[in-house]
Design a protein around this ligand. Structure first.
Ligand code: SDX
Length: 434
């Protein structure tokens, strides 16, 4: 409970000659906060913090990250330990339930994932009515939202059956993602199989063919597991905050998650992995002059940004980028693509930026999106599916936060205040006189 983290000390605020004492909170990892929940009632003042650079929207026990130290933990476990030792399904269970599963719990959860892998046959026909070339993220958001029409009962007491609710979504979104790719390619749908793991099943649904059977190599399955784990949660990022805000109005899980999918699509957020690939492809097509792009990124008159660099919280290495950057070498070597020109450009770009005062002064480092697309591309996943892959990874985090919020008896509908700067009072003029 949050009350257990109240320090008993206060921050003093003097307004209009009166001094107010605001309680101070210290999180379990030592981060400090001033509790302003009663500020307006006591002082008549609100705070202003565009972009929420300094404002905590909630307390949470799911994920902790330290931007200065480049630390990321899920439920107290270091991301490096999880990424190097777990399956994505184990991490899904951890984020949603708060503990790593026992063997029996993992078996039961995996059985549910298999049970829920198919989507309603009517939903399969939805794919026939999207225009050719429809953006996969738009399809994903629409399909996930439509799941709420097939499971309306969930809206009432969703936490009663958390495992079924989570497994249903985790499994069906994987199928929807693969189906949207197959439809986009004009390929026949490949059904999920009962004998494959979560990631191997996804790859099989993406790439299997009656005339050219797909066999995922272990390195590729391991790389996809790692990538999905690294994307699984990231505290109150834009899309997770969106899921919480929509869910705070007591909106069902599917529609809340659909809102998160749409927020993730933005090129400043999850859409960056596709934008990184577009940038690397453009540099490669223009002779590989990556220095020109570094200079463009530094030019304040040029809207171009070095996509895959920078982060609202990490002002040190994004630990996920470090892990993915290392995984690039092993996966590409395993696929015989160790000489991928885009990887070479990315490596050069990283080195130039990390040694350039513009990036150093602003503490801009590669983020999770900088290298992930290179692995997805090597696996055979097209760039327009990269953000869908991000959504597939982030799904357990969104489910965990929505569940945490729904289970918080003190939770209230999210409704920020504002500072009004518009006209004060205007005399009405009827239309005939305007
Ligand atoms: C994700 O929040 C999360 O946790 C997100 C995420 C997750 O797991 O959910 O980690 C996933 O969204 C990663 C970020 C992916 N986006 C990109 O790679 C897009 C490129 N990056 C930037 O647009 C930017 O760094 C943001 C959006 C990520 C962060 O923006 P902020 O915190 O609002 O920082 P800012 O825009 O105020 O930038 C501060 C300064 C500015 O320069 P000055 O005005 O001080 O001169 O740094 C500059 C910016 O112009 N800057 C960049 C830059 N990023 C910031 N300059 C060039 N290239 C960049 N990439």
């Amino acid at each position: 409970m949050l009350k257990d983290f109240m320090t008993g000390t206060t921050a003093k605020l003097t307004l209009d000659g009166k001094t107010y004492e605001l309680p101070v909170i210290k999180g379990s990892q030592g981060e400090m906060a001033i509790d302003i929940r009663n500020l307006r009632a006591e002082t008549g003042y609100i705070t202003l913090d565009s972009g929420y650079m300094n404002t905590g929207s909630c307390s949470s026990s799911i994920t902790f990250l330290d931007g200065e130290k480049g630390v990321l933990n899920y439920r107290g476990y270091a991301i490096e330990d999880l990424a190097n030792n777990c399956s994505f399904v184990e991490v899904c269970y951890l984020l949603i339930h708060g503990s790593l599963p026992t063997g029996e719990q993992l078996r039961r959860f995996s059985t549910l994932l298999n049970y829920y892998a198919l989507i309603h046959e009517d939903m399969v026909h939805f794919f026939d009515h999207f225009p050719p070339g429809a953006a996969p993220m738009s399809i994903l958001g629409s399909m996930v939202n439509s799941l709420s029409t097939y499971y309306p009962e969930m809206a009432d007491n969703p936490l009663e059956d958390l495992d079924n609710m989570a497994a249903r979504l985790l499994s069906k979104v994987r199928t929807i993602a693969a189906f949207s790719y197959r439809k986009n390619m004009g390929s026949p749908l490949v059904m999920p199989r009962h004998d494959l793991s979560y990631c191997a099943n996804f790859l099989n649904m993406m790439f299997d063919s009656p005339v050219n059977p797909y066999v995922a190599n272990d390195d590729v399955v391991a790389a996809l597991n790692k990538l999905l784990i690294l994307h699984a949660d990231h505290e109150q990022n834009c899309s997770t905050s969106t899921v919480r805000l929509v869910g705070s109005a007591r909106v069902n899980l599917y529609s809340s998650i659909s809102a998160g999918i749409n927020a993730l699509w933005g090129p400043l957020h999850g859409g960056a992995n596709q934008a990184v690939m577009d940038m690397l492809e453009e540099i490669h097509a223009n002779g590989g002059d990556y220095r020109k792009y570094v200079e463009k990124a530094k030019d304040r008159n040029d809207p171009f940004r070095l996509v895959g660099f920078g982060h609202r919280v990490y002002k040190n290495n994004d630990p996920r980028a470090t892990i993915i950057g290392k995984a690039c070498d092993s996966v590409l070597k395993s696929l015989g693509r160790e000489n991928d020109p885009l990887l070479a450009i990315a490596r050069e770009l990283e080195q130039v930026a990390l040694n350039d005062s513009y990036f150093i002064e602003r503490k801009l480092y590669p983020n999770v999106d900088f290298y992930s697309g290179i692995i997805y591309r090597a696996i055979g996943i097209p760039a327009n599916m990269f953000t869908v892959m991000f959504a597939l990874g982030r799904l357990p985090g969104w489910i965990a936060h929505w569940t945490e919020m729904w289970g918080d008896t003190n939770w209230r509908i999210g409704r920020p205040r504002q500072v009004y700067t518009g006209p004060v009072s205007r005399e009405f003029v009827p239309l005939k006189d305007r």
